[in-house]
Design a protein around this ligand. Structure first.
Ligand SMILES: C[S@@+](CC[C@H](N)C(=O)[O-])C[C@H]1O[C@@H](n2cnc3c(N)ncnc32)[C@H](O)[C@@H]1O
Length: 194
């Protein structure tokens, strides 16, 4: 199965003559701004357990791996399912590119699966989860509900795309229900697990 998938992806690479260097190069390896509390609490040099949910090309994953080194426990989750069947080869190519980027870091692991299924596989006691998958209200809420229990007490749920109304609504509702304070940058949001 693995071999077949790899073969299909490699066989189609020439259809997408984007190089690793040009694709998402503006973002490659840069960690998102914001979340100063997380960066302060988790100083450089410490080793972390964390997950990024929603990886796409792996540009931000590489930023996280550079900033937050892990010891065998950095998980990168994405289904890489295209919105239309016709687009699927391109998404397979993105998966291939993300894998190349992420597997430069020996402690990283990729799970190609739906977010909720992956949450069943990843171990508990994560330092943080970076959520950057769907923008749809119900899906974001389901993602937060699936991943919040994976985080250790004192750890962080951190995500992107606050300006999307579905993200804002889901994060606001969840934090209100558990009486948690939301921290916000322009697009970033983060809250701590008590
Ligand atoms: C905005 S992109 C992620 C960008 C990436 N974090 C970055 O900054 O480079 C969103 C990704 O989430 C994935 N995604 C969306 N919903 C998902 C779900 N329910 N399960 C798994 N992956 C999902 C999509 O396949 C897509 O690659």
């Amino acid at each position: 199965m693995e071999d077949t998938l790899t073969e299909v992806i490699l066989g189609r690479l020439e259809e997408f003559p984007l190089t690793e260097r040009t694709w998402d190069s503006d973002k490659l390896g840069k960690i998102r701004p914001g979340a100063p509390e997380i960066k302060k609490e988790f100083p450089l040099g410490h080793r972390f357990r964390y997950a990024e949910v929603g990886v796409f090309s792996g540009a931000h994953a590489v930023g996280l791996l550079g900033y937050f080194p892990s010891q065998n426990d950095a998980w990168f989750v994405d289904a890489w399912i295209a919105p239309t069947e016709a687009d699927q080869p391109k998404w397979n190519w993105l998966y291939n590119l993300a894998s190349k980027r992420i597997y430069q870091f020996p402690d990283a692991k990729i799970i190609r699966a739906a977010s909720s299924a992956a949450a069943q596989i990843v171990p508990n006691e994560l330092d943080f989860v970076y959520l950057d998958a769907s923008h749809d209200y119900e899906e974001v809420l389901a993602d937060i509900e699936a991943w919040f229990p994976k985080i250790k007490s004192g750890g962080w749920m951190w995500g992107d795309d606050w300006p999307h109304s579905g993200v804002e609504q889901a994060v606001t509702e969840f934090t209100r229900e558990y009486a948690l304070s939301i921290n916000r940058g322009i697009a970033q949001w983060w809250f701590q697990k008590p």
